[in-house]
Every structure is written in structure tokens, then in C-alpha cells.
Design a binder for this molecule. Structure first.
Ligand SMILES: Nc1ncnc2c1ncn2[C@@H]1O[C@H](COP(=O)(O)OP(=O)(O)OP(=O)(O)O)[C@@H](O)[C@H]1O
Ligand SMILES: [Mg+2]
Length: 199
């Protein structure tokens, strides 16, 4: 049987990695096969270029160009990591997916959302998307080991949050309130996961 494809979305520092890794541990302890992965990846040259751009080590001026790079990294990610795992029955927890590209690139550069969608038309969709919703004024105050990247600005993230919210109904996101202790957030994550896995 194919694995389930679970995606975490949300603005910067909303707690995606924290929750994704808690979920990984939770499923792993139950002996449910699972991998954790994230986007942009560091698994191919395109993803590594995107990461350099995020920290100001590479210049890309066109919103369409950065959108295409994110998307190309994603197709590689699907081919090399996500699909092979799902096909052998492993569940995949993915920290960010194409909803991030829609929310960010439309907000930052005004890239047309329908154009972004068209690039992803043939792409596999997740079985569940968990959107961790939080006010950027709160999330950006959180500690982090690495410096803020070029996108971590309150005004920008307010727009990104709105773009995510527009997708909630259409994409059937499971919305979790992120401005609570992580154990409380995880309790809500478990509600949807238990429904999927029946555990
Ligand atoms: N519920 C929470 N309450 C308070 N702090 C939290 C909570 N969840 C995560 N954090 C802390 O906030 C910071 C960011 O969390 P995390 O890396 O999980 O977010 P993220 O959404 O993956 O961020 P990014 O988009 O920047 O990669 C970390 O220092 C983490 O320990
Ligand atoms: Mg993260």
C-alpha cells in the first residue's frame, strides 16, 4: 500500500519543523514507516541555489525565475525522494510544498497565482496539508539558530499569511493555531493524523 503524503505549511517560524519532527517521532515510535523531508531541498543544484538566494548569496531578480527554480527543485524532490518513499509504503512528512510557492511568490513579487498553479498541474497532491496559522508579530520573536533570511519581515509575512488563508477552503487545509505551547499544537496535529492512520 502507498504511504501517505503529509505536508506542513505556514509562515516563517510558525513551527512547521518542530511539529513535523514531533510527528515523525510519534509515528516512528508506533513502528509506522515514515520519512521527514523539507523544501527547498539541499538535494540538488537547483535547491541549493534557492537556498543561497534566500540568504543573499545569489542574486535572482525575477519572481518568475525564482518560482521556476522552486518548482524545478520540487519536481526533482518528488522524483528522487517523495515518490520512491510513498511507492514502497513509507509515509512522507514534507516541511513546505507548492502552497509555499503560491503564498510567498505571489506576495513578494506579484507572480500570478494561476500561472504558479499551472506549473504544478500534473504534480502529485498531498493527502493532507496542515497549515499552522500564526501572527508574524508573534512568530518572528521566536528564537532561531540561524539569522533571519530575506523573507522574514512582518509586513511581507502578513501578506503571505493572507495568501495562505485564501487557500484554506479551496485546498482543504487542516488549520492549527500556532501561537500555543508546542505540545498543545501537536495535540491538534494528532487529531487529523489519527483520523488518517486510525491509531
Ligand atoms: N509552539 C511554539 N511555541 C514557542 N516556540 C516555538 C513553538 N514551536 C516552535 N517554536 C520555536 O520557534 C522557532 C521556529 O520553529 P520552527 O523551526 O519549527 O519553525 P519553522 O516554521 O520551521 O520556521 P522556518 O519557516 O523559519 O523554517 C524554534 O526556535 C522553535 O523551537
Ligand atoms: Mg523550518
Amino acid at each position: 500500500m502507498e504511504g501517505k503524503f503529509i505536508v506542513f505549511e505556514g509562515i516563517d517560524k510558525s513551527g512547521k519543523e518542530t511539529q513535523a519532527k514531533m510527528l515523525y517521532d510519534y509515528l516512528h515510535k508506533k513502528a509506522i514507516p515514515v520519512i521527514y523531508t523539507e523544501e527547498p531541498t539541499d538535494k540538488n543544484a537547483i535547491g541549493r541555489l534557492v537556498k543561497k538566494w534566500l540568504v543573499g548569496q545569489a542574486t535572482i531578480n525575477s519572481g518568475q525565475a525564482i518560482t521556476l527554480l522552486y518548482t524545478a527543485d520540487r519536481y526533482e524532490h518528488l522524483k528522487k525522494v517523495i515518490n520512491p518513499a510513498l511507492n514502497v509504503g513509507k509515509n512522507v512528512i514534507c516541511d513546505r510544498f507548492f502552497y509555499s510557492t503560491i503564498a510567498y511568490e505571489s506576495s513578494i513579487f506579484g507572480v500570478d497565482k494561476e500561472w504558479i498553479r499551472s506549473l504544478h498541474k500534473d504534480m502529485r497532491k498531498p493527502d493532507v496539508v496542515i497549515f499552522i496559522d500564526i501572527d508574524p508579530e508573534i512568530s518572528l520573536k521566536r528564537e532561531r539558530s540561524t539569522p533571519n533570511d530575506r523573507l522574514e519581515k512582518v509586513e511581507l509575512l502578513k501578506k503571505v499569511r493572507e495568501a495562505y488563508k485564501e487557500m484554506v477552503n479551496e485546498e482543504r487545509f487542516f488549520v492549527v493555531k500556532g501561537d500555543r505551547p508546542k505540545e498543545e499544537v501537536f495535540r491538534d496535529v494528532c487529531l487529523v493524523i489519527n483520523r488518517i492512520f486510525g491509531v
